[in-house]
Design a protein around this ligand. Structure first.
Ligand SMILES: [Zn+2]
Length: 298
């Protein structure tokens, strides 16, 4: 069960678990010019985050896709998100075109509190989008905004998962915090919500929302890896806390913008599986494949 030592071991490791590949619900692909800006931001990470953040997969798009495929990632959700109004619809068009080109990428969408949001999210859902992403800190908006009420309702009705970055990590925002997003869930309790980064650093609050709302999930993105453990460690009893909710955890990684390799994330997940007898390989099959495949409908 010990995780893969290097990226070159990942595909064989997944096969050894009896999987036909991995399903990753949280990766990022962006228009090239925008990605260059994101990477420039990470280049200034000492200033922005107070620590260096060397992007591990700083490669041309075709090589990033090849890296995922070489590791046996059979399906992934390429997530996009806006930081200002008037941008989401353009990103959605790009994500649609990207998924048309890359059959292992599911079509995704995003939104922003703006008058057109309900219309373009409805169009995205009608066109077959399988996952949406919302970034409360980067977008700097309140997820309870009135203009989003119809959007959350549509997503809940459609059963399409929303990967929501609403935690305080790595940076706080004016509207971050699981207590804020809990209000959205109270209003839309059927929403399929994937709490990005397992709500980092409010892991306790995230687990509590999983208990309260049957359609809330946690993604593993950057959780439990050495880079994060130094600043936002999981609780000591994390593996035991996952035992009753093994079917509510899904693989996410933040590929390619991570300051370590993909295998490192998988080793963190494998270490939880190993730490509690109630988890083990069935937990890994659920997290790395079955549950994210169910959410994405693949
Ligand atoms: Zn992300």
């Amino acid at each position: 069960m010990t995780g893969p030592g290097a990226d070159s071991d990942v595909a064989a490791w997944a096969r050894g678990l009896g999987l036909d590949g991995l399903v990753d619900i949280h990766v990022h692909f962006l228009p090239e010019r925008m990605l260059a800006k994101v990477w420039a931001y990470f280049d200034d990470a000492e200033e922005n985050y107070g620590m260096p953040w060397p992007v591990h997969y700083r490669l041309p798009e075709d090589q990033r896709l090849a890296a995922l495929r070489a590791m046996g990632v059979r399906t992934f959700a390429p997530l996009v998100y806006p930081h200002k109004p008037g941008m989401a619809e353009w990103l959605n068009a790009w994500a649609r075109e990207f998924a048309d080109r890359q059959p292992d990428a599911v079509p995704t969408a995003t939104f922003f509190p703006e008058p057109e949001a309900a219309r373009y999210v409805e169009e995205a859902l009608r066109s077959g989008v399988r996952c949406v992403k919302v970034h409360v800190q980067v977008g700097a908006f309140d997820p309870r905004d009135d203009r989003l009420d119809a959007v959350w309702g549509m997503l809940a009705d459609a059963g399409v998962p929303a990967v929501v970055h609403c935690g305080h990590g790595p940076l706080r925002g004016e509207h971050t915090g699981l207590d804020v997003f809990a209000r959205v869930l109270e209003r839309h309790p059927a929403l399929v919500a994937v709490l990005a980064h397992a709500g980092m650093p409010e892991y306790d609050a995230a687990l509590h929302l999983v208990q309260r709302f049957p359609r809330v999930y946690l993604d593993t993105t950057m959780v439990g890896v050495p880079f994060t453990e130094r600043i936002m460690p999981v609780p000591d009893d994390w593996p035991a806390r996952l035992a009753g909710i093994a079917d509510r955890i899904v693989l996410g990684t933040d590929f390619p913008n991570i300051p370590y390799d993909y295998a490192t994330q998988l080793r963190a997940v494998a270490s939880w599986a190993e730490a509690d007898d109630r988890l083990g390989e069935p937990f890994l099959r659920a997290v790395l494949h079955d549950t994210p495949a169910k959410l994405l409908g693949v």
